[in-house]
Design a protein around this ligand. Structure first.
Ligand SMILES: Nc1nc2c(ncn2[C@@H]2O[C@H](COP(=O)(O)OP(=O)(O)OP(=O)(O)O)[C@@H](O)[C@H]2O)c(=O)[nH]1
Ligand SMILES: [Mg+2]
Length: 708
């Protein structure tokens, strides 16, 4: 079947933001105004379990009023197909933003008009930078008391380092917010009520003077500055097209279509970021936001394709978005339930049809395409084929996991995958009843497979099953979802910090494994150097053996030994990270050497070398931001210092004060209770993993005791 809709009529976009900025509320409006649904459900009306927004359909999402997993919906606007992913803002679920941004072509960044740039706005912004995703800024919640458009724009410029292009400015704020001036169209839109079906009146710019009675001077100023702001916007945007710019400077005229194409060019090439405003909750600005998505965000392939990489992840080329090229797609999400699995893919090139055989290049396995479905949040619809630019899901793939490349078997390639964040917290898990015990490990395995920011391990000393994740909420929600989705109940132990270990200094070490008394003997000798490496570089094994001093076939056993043995460090049994292991030399015996003998030698060499290196214990350091009334600032800062923290910034956000700093995770358990009592319940905080850092030597024993 030929392509039904031209590629430039597609938009694959994500909605990203800090928690509570209004992503899901905006998504509900998008579905309503595009005619996809006939009723709007408010996020805060779903706790009783009777109703649900389209994208927050999980029981855990409804109860908590937050988004936990990203959900995809498809809709149409003015003949364009919009595939939209609503993502969570809570930092514990950052993997969902990460993997969505990997496969999307554009994003709408939503801001709470009162809070402006918040910690997760920054994190998600950085992620969008990493994945080269052009974006629009939508300053939502302009109806809230304290909404401050200028503060938000300043944040975009200063904290996100972007060049905001004001395409709209608000008319009024808080309960006086009635609409916006569209500087691009040269028209103001004024709504006659907050109703979802309210009409807006289009008011020409020369009729604005004296039309609104705005109490706040700042709000009046925005309206007064309209001519000046429009001129500024026009000059900035038109500067992206030399001819249009010259014509504008000389004659004061421009072609509206050229203006839009300039803004689009600036957006797609990251030279500017269009800024819009509105109030999704009060039903103002969402249709205009949709227009901007069409006008300024790229269609699939407009901003390039996806990187092709070698087995080590090094970029070796690019796959353009192209129907006629061989089939290539990236799996970005796997959802499991009792009945099977759904694997979400983004197709970069080619076409797949039901019944096709495809290759999972990452795992070297064949897969068969049984069913292809289009997904509308939790509802699927079978389709016959899917093609370049599409986001769809495959039913019951057997081998495919998040991040895998799926290709035409005759044209295998590895596509650039997403990065998975490091889990920093762990809990011991035990089955609730004997019936649960039988199914527990299989169910945990399914949860971990669906969420690469979880890790599962067995504590070698205690034999306990240990689940690691991004935070307490992440682990709690995982266990609860296992109950509701897979019918298996488990109890969770106390959350603990996931420490790591590192080499303290360079160590040269030789180990000889010899057992040659009676029967068949064992012999292997390895000479190795271990050196600490930069944080985040992982483990590098370098084979420098020359002249057959160790036969080739035994070298992989040494590498395997080092990687396995590094899972249990010599300080306290935590994983050893970031080092280079060089295998320099060794000895072997014609008869008594074997792969096993070299593995044993490698393991022992690692253990002894790690112990000799004055090994370090590393702990996760969290970046925190606390927002409270200014009068509590002193108490909050004093407390951060007592928690071995370091304050790096403090200031005012509207009428509230904020502090930013770094605190070891080990000192952050129970922080919310401190904050509540210290600020009469009015303080809030967010924290996210920043880096691993060495535990001061004097504290190692104390900390390990506290955590055990
Ligand atoms: N006053 C006001 N409230 C809003 C607006 N948009 C959303 N809200 C409210 O803000 C709260 C959070 O909204 P959500 O849409 O769940 O926010 P979110 O960004 O999806 O949150 P997470 O997915 O949990 O990160 C809800 O109570 C909404 O009703 C708005 O424009 N004005
Ligand atoms: Mg949400």
């Amino acid at each position: 079947m030929p392509r039904q809709k031209k590629l430039d009529l597609y938009r694959n976009i994500g909605i990203i933001a800090h928690i509570d900025a209004g992503k899901t509320t905006t998504t509900e409006r998008v579905l309503y105004y595009t005619g996809r649904k006939h009723q709007i459900i408010e996020v805060h009306d779903t706790k009783d379990g009777k109703a649900s927004t389209t994208t927050d359909y999980l029981e855990q999402e409804r109860k908590r009023g937050i988004t936990i997993q990203s959900a995809a919906v498809t809709t149409e606007w003015n003949g364009y197909q919009i595939n939209l992913i609503d993502t969570p803002g809570h930092v514990d679920f950052t993997i969902e933003v990460n993997r969505s941004l990997r496969v999307l072509d554009g994003a709408v960044v939503v801001f709470d008009g009162v809070a402006g740039v918040e910690p997760q706005t920054e994190t998600n912004w950085r992620l969008a930078n990493q994945y080269n995703v052009p974006r629009l800024c939508y300053i939502n919640k302009m109806d809230r008391i304290g909404a401050n458009f200028a503060h938000c724009v300043k944040g975009i410029r200063e904290r996100l380092g972007a060049k905001p292009l004001l395409c709209q400015i608000p008319i009024g704020s808080s309960d006086e917010f009635v609409g916006m001036v569209d500087l691009v169209a040269g028209m103001a839109y004024v709504w006659d009520s907050d109703d979802k079906d309210a009409e807006w009146e289009s008011v020409p710019l020369d009729k604005l003077e004296g039309r609104f009675k705005l109490t706040a001077t700042a709000d009046q100023d925005w309206i007064k500055r309209v001519p000046e702001l429009r001129q500024e916007m026009l000059e900035t945007a038109l500067a992206l097209d030399d001819d249009a710019f010259l014509h504008f400077v000389e004659h004061g005229e421009f072609d509206p279509a050229v203006l839009k194409s300039c803004i689009r060019k600036g957006t797609v090439t990251f030279q500017l970021v269009p800024v819009l405003c509105g109030s999704s909750f009060k039903n103002k600005g969402v249709q205009q936001l949709l227009d901007a998505v069409i006008d300024y965000l790229p269609f699939p392939g407009e901003n390039g394709g996806i990187g092709l990489v070698d087995a080590d992840g090094k970029k070796i080329g690019e796959q353009q978005v192209d129907d006629d090229a061989p089939f290539r797609a990236l799996a970005f999400k796997v959802i499991n339930d009792q009945f099977g699995s759904l694997t979400f893919i983004r197709i970069y090139s080619g076409t797949i049809r039901k019944g096709d055989n495809i290759q999972n290049v990452t795992r070297g396995k064949k897969e068969r395409v049984g069913r292809i479905v289009e997904v509308q949040a939790n509802v699927t619809k079978d389709i016959e084929e899917a093609r370049a630019g599409d986001i769809c899901a495959l039913v019951s793939m057997r081998e495919t996991e998040t991040g895998d490349s799926l290709c035409d078997p005759d044209h295998p390639a590895l596509l650039e995958r997403m990065r998975f964040p490091d889990p920093v917290i762990s809990v011991a898990i035990e089955p609730k009843t004997r019936a649960d015990a039988d199914k527990l490990s299989a169910s945990l395995y399914k949860m971990v497979k669906a969420d690469p920011s979880l890790k599962l391990a067995v504590d070698q000393e205690t034999g306990e099953t240990v689940l690691r994740g991004m935070g307490e909420l992440h682990l709690e929600v995982t266990i609860d979802r296992m109950r509701t989705e897979l019918g298996v109940e488990a109890n969770m132990g106390k959350p603990k910090v996931s420490f790591r270990e590192a080499f303290g200094r360079v160590v040269d070490h030789t180990y000889q494994h010899k057992k040659q008394t009676g029967g068949s003997g064992q012999f292997a000798e390895v000479k190795m150097t271990f050196e600490p490496a930069e944080p985040g570089t992982g483990i590098e094994f370098i084979d420098e053996v020359v002249g057959g001093r160790i036969p080739r076939e035994f070298i992989p056993s040494v590498e395997y030994a080092i990687k396995e043995e590094s899972k249990v460090g010599q300080v306290a049994g935590y994983e050893v990270v970031d080092f280079k292991a060089r295998l320099l030399d060794g000895k072997f015996h014609e008869v008594d050497s074997s792969a096993l003998a070299f593995e044993i030698a490698g393991r022992a060499c690692f253990r002894e070398a790690h112990r000799m290196s004055k090994p370090k214990l590393l702990e996760p350091i969290m970046k925190i931001e606390v927002v409270m009334e200014a009068s509590y600032l002193g108490d909050v800062i004093g407390d951060i210092n007592r928690r071995r923290g370091q304050v790096v910034d403090q200031g005012l956000k509207g009428t509230a004060a904020y502090v930013q700093g770094y605190v070891p995770l080990a000192e952050m358990f129970g922080y919310i209770s401190f904050l509540r009592s210290a600020t009469s319940g009015r303080g809030t905080f967010t924290m996210e993993f920043d880096r691993y850092s060495e535990v001061p030597s004097g504290l190692v024993t104390k900390l390990l005791e506290k955590e055990s």
